[in-house]
Write a protein that binds this ligand. Sequence first.
Ligand SMILES: [Zn+2]
Length: 259
Amino acid sequence: MKRVERATEPPEFTAWRADHPQETWKKFCDECHGEGGIKNQVWHALERAQGGICAYCEMKLQAPLGAEVEHVYLKERCHPAYNYGLDFGNFLAACEGGTKDWLKDESTGRLRSPPPSRKNRHCGSVKGNALWYADPAVASSVDLLFDPRKIPESPCLWRISPRDGSLEPDEVAIEAAGCSVGMAKETVTKLCLNAPVLRDFRLAVITQLDQELLEKGEGDREKEDALRRQMMVEYLGTDTGGDLRPFWTTLRAHLSPQN
Ligand SMILES: [Zn+2]
């Protein structure tokens, strides 16, 4: 999980909300779906702000099957002065979380929901009605998990196990950043960020990096260090379309373990 910048709300959605202040997210989806629909504009605004990767697990977002508009706080919750379902500030773009059987990953060709699918659920699909994030209508309410929009950009808060691709809180970095190690652990556990499918994807990223370092570095330490710096610039930036590489934090942690 990396820091995610907040997206800009499409004016068409602002206008729809203003005309339907008490309406539900479902009603909005029913009325505004389709290629040129406002729902698509909302999704694209979020997806662009996130560089095309899931806010939680960093898998590539693949519309329309491999992505969804994620309500950080429960969309069904009612508050007289607050419509959680239609608050753009309550949205993130997230992956399908293992709910689409046999969906293939566009960038690698690997299965995103290998059986047993139940064991491979993650991100928004495991949240259900859980209240893990602060109620935006209540000032005293607090997050129980990391919110990708609120964590610091630097330092990197995670390590990736080279043994099995697990995402592990970097306790020293987390404490230095003034964040909670307990909350980091809860984030990984509750959002199932170590589902087997995600560990396998991360492991594949690490294996490929190591192979590249070995081949081009030719066993020379200095050459390898220079290569790492070069790869960090190349792999951690956006491409010409503004996309980030999937599993960005895995690349970051593995290329610069001390960061
Ligand atoms: Zn995800």
